[in-house]
Design a protein around this ligand. Structure first.
Ligand SMILES: Nc1ncnc2c1ncn2[C@@H]1O[C@H](COP(=O)(O)OP(=O)(O)OP(=O)(O)O)[C@@H](O)[C@H]1O
Ligand SMILES: [Mg+2]
Length: 548
């Protein structure tokens, strides 16, 4: 156990429920004390691993505040500072370890059940502390993945990937805070350590091939996508082959959707987006009863010149049928939708990849409308989920390890569109979030407006990685179901606007604020995917950058 070097203060009061208070040592500047920092309280018998949640200025006597020393009265200010005028720092102990056990390999890390005694010392955490709590990438099995570093430290904080894939997870934060970068990091971890097969609905085409980076961040304005890092382990599917080609990306597969593949269950979740009312959905079912798989094609062709006749034939309300026709026209107008019968079943093609362990990035190209995203991701996910349910049942019947489905993680952006209280009951995504990977499928939801997501779904989200959020409702919702969340509110609101996140939940033993790992050349090398040649070239480039 390395010595913890810097003592920053002394515990003066507190409670298990509200957290404890530290009197800041006079030698320390309050301005160096940051909310979210990871510190250790050395109690009498236990070490308490804690987070700084708030800071406050205090004084022993109101007199001092009535007559504060003049700005230039340095002597007086110095005399008062630290004694009569002092700073109090609020800490939230999260975990404790018995001191006699700390030298042993398997020190028993427990949730806090008590508070440190009066006048316990508080220290900056040491590297060993971070390693002891969050594990290390060098530990065997590839379980741990380095996600970032604690505030003011360089030691890696890792998430436990095995635990991460046990639940659905969420990455939240307002726009521009680094959600996409965080998602890319986590996905790289899952791919590299082979913890799950990923299916990414890539609305803005930023995961597969290179993506742009805002200017002013390091050099170059492009970062590598998964395909560039992991080659054949990743397959790129595209809904917009032309855009994919224009970006010089070689897609593995083009995705075309035929009208006979769209069923009413795929339309129902689009009600909000299409402004369809329930009677229109009923009319759709009437067309299906009569025409089966061809319902949409029939509706589109007859709708054009013989809508009345069709309504009569089906006994449907002409108004509803006409509304249905007009709204669904928007779907058929998408370039990736073709009228008629499909020649290949794109979902079984995708499943072949998934079963081989190949990760899929589905690029939307210029098809960036919410409607396209909801339609396609809903359709595909629903059918993949059906196949997973079948595979799981078969596995349960045979109990043959060879039948065990590969765990699948589905990444969706703008998750509140799928998982708002209304949609969560209708869409396949709500089902997956609620059934908790019973069928080996879980979600990675990326969203800037978590308050739009159904509470029931949020409370099932195992690990939450949260970048800055300003809206009180959003903060409240990401803390849904987090015990002891009191102090975390202020921590969340005080994160940097970029590349900082609070990580909490199933994959970490305690909530922790990290500066997100840089997604850069060093990271590419750590993923071990650049050839030795490329590595040499990169190293030379780094040298040049460093020395001009
Ligand atoms: N880990 C990181 N490494 C390098 N740069 C980062 C990292 N995280 C964030 N950035 C910088 O912050 C910018 C914004 O990040 P990102 O695009 O991930 O935000 P976002 O939350 O996904 O935004 P939006 O909601 O608009 O999609 C990036 O372009 C990049 O410059
Ligand atoms: Mg983004």
């Amino acid at each position: 156990m390395s010595e913890r070097i810097r003592e920053i203060g002394t515990i003066t009061k507190g409670s298990l429920i509200e957290g404890v208070e530290m009197h800041l040592a006079p030698s320390q500047s309050i301005e160096d004390v940051k909310a979210g920092k990871f510190v250790v309280i050395e109690g009498e018998k236990n070490d308490f691993f804690s987070m700084i949640t708030d800071v406050r200025l205090d004084s022993t006597s109101p007199q001092i505040l009535v007559h504060p020393p003049a700005r230039d009265d340095l002597l007086m200010r110095e005399v008062l500072a630290g004694t009569s005028a002092y700073a109090t720092v609020m800490l939230r102990p999260m975990l404790m370890v018995a001191q006699e056990a700390v030298d042993e390999e398997m020190a028993d890390i427990q949730p806090v059940k008590t508070v440190p005694s009066h006048f316990s010392g508080v220290y900056d955490a040491s590297e060993e502390d971070v390693g002891q709590i969050f594990g290390s990438e060098t530990l065997s099995g590839g379980t741990y993945f380095y996600l970032g570093t604690p505030l003011d430290m360089d030691t890696p904080v890792c998430i436990n990937l095995d635990r991460f894939v046990e639940r659905s997870n969420g990455i939240f934060g307002k726009t521009g805070t680094g959600k996409t970068f965080l998602t890319r990091l986590v996905l790289c971890g899952l791919v590299k350590q082979d913890k799950a097969v990923n299916f990414i609905f890539d609305m803005h085409s930023e995961y597969g091939w290179q993506a742009t980076q805002e200017a002013g961040q390091g050099k170059g304005s492009f970062v590598k996508g998964l395909k560039q890092l992991f080659g054949s382990k990743i397959a790129i599917f595209t809904l917009d082959p032309e855009s994919t080609r224009r970006r010089n990306v070689q897609a593995d597969h083009e995705v075309e959707i035929f009208t006979d593949q769209i069923v009413v269950e795929d339309i129902a979740p689009l009600q909000d987006e299409l402004r369809l009312n329930p009677t229109a959905i009923e009319a759709a079912y009437l067309v299906v009863t009569q025409y089966g798989k061809n319902w949409l094609e029939v509706l589109m062709t007859r709708g054009e010149d013989d809508l009345k006749g069709l309504a009569e034939e089906l006994g449907a309300h002409p108004e509803s049928l006409s509304a249905l026709y007009r709204k669904l026209r928007r779907l058929v107008n998408f370039d990736f939708v073709t009228m008629g019968r499909s020649s290949e079943d794109i979902v079984s093609v995708m499943m072949d990849y998934v079963n081989r362990g190949t990760h899929i990035v589905l690029e939307f190209g210029r098809e960036t409308s919410m409607l396209a995203y909801l339609l396609v991701s809903g359709m595909i996910t629903r059918r993949i989920h059906e196949l997973y349910v079948k595979q799981t049942e078969q596995y349960h019947a045979s109990q043959d390890p060879a039948d065990k489905p590969k765990h699948l993680v589905i990444t969706i952006e703008e998750a509140h569109k799928f998982l708002n209280p209304r949609s969560a009951k209708q869409t396949i995504f709500g089902t997956i979030a609620r059934e908790m990977r019973k069928y080996f499928v879980s979600l990675l939801i990326v969203d800037q407006r978590p308050s739009g997501i159904d509470d029931e779904v949020i409370s099932q989200v195992g690990t939450r990685i949260v970048a800055l959020l300003n809206d009180e409702k959003d903060i409240q919702s990401v803390l849904t179901g987090v015990s002891n969340s009191g102090g975390l509110r202020s921590v969340l609101a005080s994160l940097d606007s970029k590349q900082q996140a609070l990580v909490m939940g199933h994959a970490v033993p305690m909530p922790v604020v990290v500066r997100t790992r840089n997604y850069d050349e060093q990271f590419y090398r750590d993923m071990g995917v650049l050839s030795p040649d490329e590595q040499d070239r990169q190293a030379m480039q780094d040298q040049e950058d460093l020395f001009g």
